[in-house]
Design a protein around this ligand. Structure first.
Ligand SMILES: [Zn+2]
Length: 615
């Protein structure tokens, strides 16, 4: 059976008409070629069931629609009359949830697990709704979901649920984040013919309601519990101490001399378990020893427990997942949800950012996301849940599964990188700066290849010290990514595929070309034992002059100055090197800065290491 790749359906950038390439095997070396899996020793009742694998099996040879989506939606529609309720959920304030008031000292222990917690809470929430209605989850991912349900006393049910959720988020997270639920009635006919104008209208209405609700967030007047907001402070006593991780809630115990609140403690435990276990089970109500609390709703509490041994998995009812980045094992038939992602470890303990910075002059954060994917997503979302699902599932596979797998299995990456978020259509990771740059080039190429050269990534890279507050790093990386997306070329339409590094934006190809040429210069200059640093700083000045020539004609003197410093300081250097430097400055101006900075950093590291060895 040939599996079609969704990017066959995506319009090519150089051609306005849709181009169908003959279906090709969904073939990344990571995916198991063994597609027939039948052994199921446990009935998994979840939407992650068969995710990525059977879910990619088409309804017929070469078709883009997955049999899984086809069957799921059809089975649901068979069970109901003509009216269908669409319920959407949107977890807002995710950035705040993950980064807010986190001290950089403790960040490494908790960042990844907060990011996983967003997904777990969303999962529990879809389960709550499934308990309320005859329903089917059609979309799920990155804090968002869409459920088709049989309309049954829905206004009251959903309004109660919203109230409970608001209470929960205000009590536990100070109302800095939450989930908004929206709903819209549609018909079976519309779902079956999603291309219809009627269905598009309903989906647009649902989206609008969602945006409006996000603006209003908590409807404070509707909160019945008058004491709710005050309660947070009532509980605080005079001599209470504040948690050293979130700097917000009252501490209840300690982790290695650091005071910790119950929520952070739960999150830290989750982080630890994610890095050391292969399997996870989600269940409700009866707590088992050492389980993690996900969400409390009325009398129901959702928990996750973690295992390394398959046999214990089936002791108790629950949804079971393989959370590792390992290949899917058809003999076990356990659904994959690679929540563990990847974080650098040392003896099973998550490495601190301080440690990650050792032997290196700096850490770097990288944020990346897919260029112009919104248009493609919107088109698929409006015309077909089934196609939309295929696209989001394939992208989720690339970012959420393949990226951590790549890092885990590369001996350089796996010692120096920490994934904060990888999923949906974006990526946020931090690590030793040279490793980050190498990874950035690597992943850009792999993504381009994987999307059949139809989609690109833009990336923002920023340097920071381990003591820099994590919210600040996240904001800087966001800004850098936004600049990278704005890279334009004269006489060309915006194509993106940009990089912003050390605050300088350019096309990724330019960065790679500059690096290649610049390396020739460095190789030659570093042969001598002369101190090259001051020379590099002069080049930074000269390339800035070249950049500013328009503003001040005097800046055109950069050429003669370059000639002078070469003759004066580097007279034995090959004439060819002078030519390379001169043409690099001429052509690229300040875009040369990042490459020069990286060389200066490298030399500094070398000096520091030599000092260390001589000590
Ligand atoms: Zn805390």
């Amino acid at each position: 059976m040939k599996i079609a790749h969704i990017f066959n359906e995506v319009k090519r950038k150089d051609n306005d008409t849709k181009k169908f390439i003959s279906p090709q095997e969904f073939d990344v070396d990571y995916i198991s070629k063994n597609k027939g899996y039948s052994n199921k020793n446990y009935q998994i009742n979840s939407d992650y069931d068969k995710l990525y694998y059977e879910a990619l099996q088409p309804i017929k040879d070469g078709n883009i629609i997955s049999k899984y989506d086809e069957d799921k939606i059809n089975n649901f529609l068979e069970k109901i009359d003509n009216e269908v309720l669409m319920i959407s959920g949107d977890f807002w304030g995710i950035q705040k949830f993950i980064f807010d008031s986190l001290s950089s000292k403790n960040a490494s222990k908790i960042l990844r697990s907060r990011s996983a917690m967003v997904q777990l809470i969303t999962y529990a929430l879809t389960d709550i709704i499934k308990e309320m209605f005859e329903s089917e989850v059609v979309l799920f991912g990155a804090g968002k979901f869409l459920i088709l349900a049989k309309p049954d006393n829905y206004e009251e049910k959903l309004s109660n649920l919203q109230k409970e959720l608001d209470k929960y988020f205000i009590k536990n997270f100070f109302g800095q984040n939450g989930v908004v639920l929206s709903y819209k009635m549609t018909t079976k006919e519309n779902i079956n013919n999603q291309n219809s104008e009627k269905m598009k209208k309903d989906l647009i209405a649902l989206g609008k309601q969602n945006e409006l609700k996000k603006l209003n967030k908590f409807d404070i007047q509707n909160l019945e519990d008058d004491n709710l907001v005050i309660d947070i402070f009532k509980e605080v006593k005079k001599d209470d101490e504040i948690c050293g991780f979130c700097n917000k809630r009252v501490a209840i115990s300690k982790i290695k001399d650091e005071k910790v609140c119950s929520i952070c403690k739960n999150q830290i435990n989750l982080g630890q378990k994610l890095t050391t276990n292969r399997y996870m089970k989600i269940f409700k109500n009866s707590k088992v020893v050492d389980s993690i609390e996900i969400l409390k709703y009325k009398d129901t509490i959702y928990y996750a427990s973690f295992y390394n041994n398959e046999t214990k998995l089936y002791d108790k009812k629950g949804d079971i997942f393989d959370i590792s980045n390992k290949k899917y094992d058809p003999k076990l038939g356990i659904a994959k949800w690679p929540l563990s992602s990847f974080v650098a470890k040392e003896n099973d303990d998550i490495i601190s950012f301080e440690k990650l910075q050792e032997n290196s002059n700096g850490l770097m954060a990288l944020k990346a996301d897919v260029d112009k994917l919104g248009d493609t997503f919107r088109e698929f979302y409006m015309t077909s849940f089934k196609k939309f699902n295929r696209l989001s599932r394939e992208l989720e596979f690339f970012f959420g599964n393949y990226v951590p797998y790549l890092i885990e299995n590369n001996d350089e990456y796996n010692k120096k990188l920490y994934v904060i978020f990888a999923g949906g259509d974006d990526l946020f990771l931090i690590g030793e700066h040279r490793t980050i740059i190498k990874f950035a080039k690597d992943i850009r190429e792999k993504f381009y290849e994987w999307t059949l050269k139809k989609a690109t990534l833009s990336m923002g890279l920023v340097m920071f010290k381990h003591s820099t507050p994590i919210t600040y790093i996240s904001d800087l990386a966001d800004e850098a990514e936004a600049r990278a997306k704005n890279v334009t070329y004269p006489n060309q339409k915006i194509t993106r595929d940009g990089i912003d590094i050390f605050g300088i934006s350019m096309k990724f190809d330019e960065f790679i070309n500059i690096e290649k040429e610049w390396q020739k210069v460095v190789n030659e200059l570093e042969k001598s034992d002369k101190d090259t640093t001051s020379f590099y700083y002069r080049l930074i000045e000269l390339s800035q002059m070249r950049e500013d020539m328009k503003d001040n004609p005097l800046n055109s003197m950069w050429k003669s100055k370059l000639n002078y410093i070469f003759k004066r300081n580097l007279n034995k250097v090959d004439e060819n090197i002078y030519k390379i430097v001169s043409s690099l400055i001429e052509k690229y101006g300040k875009k040369l800065h990042p490459s020069i900075f990286l060389t200066i950093y490298k030399n500094r590291d070398k000096i520091n290491q030599n000092k260390g060895e001589n000590r």
